[in-house]
Design a protein around this ligand. Structure first.
Ligand code: HEC
Length: 145
């Protein structure tokens, strides 16, 4: 399967997740846009493209899709504070890869990113690793001081 095709599958999954959320609380109308391919080298670009819709551009959980979700998106700027001042990079990586036991990631609210990144990369583990690492550093840079 071509990478382009897989990226459209990723887009369709995200739209599906957002549609489910929207049906529960029709107040919020979610505009569906096709997912964009991003550079694995830019954590910021990946964050803005894939995560900000729920977690907010600032990471505080106030993205436009947030109120349509059953579970509020985590305030990602508080991860360090809530973990005794240490940024929990292992936990974030596990969450992104779908190994952490978080109900909203990988269930109906959103897909498991690791699997999608794996598909997008055509199964190149090194690229998946790069995406997870760069997203992780970007989120770390958003931590409240
Ligand atoms: C469709 C909405 C949605 C999108 C898009 C989304 N998330 Fe989430 N995220 C959530 C929700 C909801 C939770 C809360 C999960 C829970 O508590 O069960 C969450 C939780 C998390 C957590 C767990 C924090 C903790 O408590 O350990 C991390 C890390 C995270 N998201 C990172 C990301 C990253 C990085 C992206 C982009 C690649 C992303 N999320 C995209 C909805 C989303």
């Amino acid at each position: 399967m071509s990478t382009r095709k897989l990226i459209w599958i990723v887009g369709a999954l995200i739209v599906f997740a957002l549609t489910l959320g929207a049906q529960e609380q029709p107040k919020t109308t979610i505009k569906h846009v096709p997912i964009k391919a991003t550079s694995a080298a830019s954590g910021q670009e990946m964050y803005k493209t894939y995560c900000a819709v729920c977690h907010g551009t600032d990471g505080k959980g106030g993205g436009p899709a947030a109120e349509a979700l059953k579970t509020p998106p985590t305030d990602l700027t508080m991860l360090s504070k809530n973990n005794g001042g240490h940024y929990p990079s292992m936990k974030v990586a596990a969450t992104l890869r779908g190994e952490a036991n978080l109900p909203a990631h990988g269930s109906k609210d959103m897909p498991v990113w690791g699997k999608l990144f794996w598909s997008m990369s055509g199964g190149h583990e090194a690229e998946v690793q790069q995406r997870v690492t760069n997203l992780n550093s970007y989120i770390e840079s958003l931590q409240a001081k």
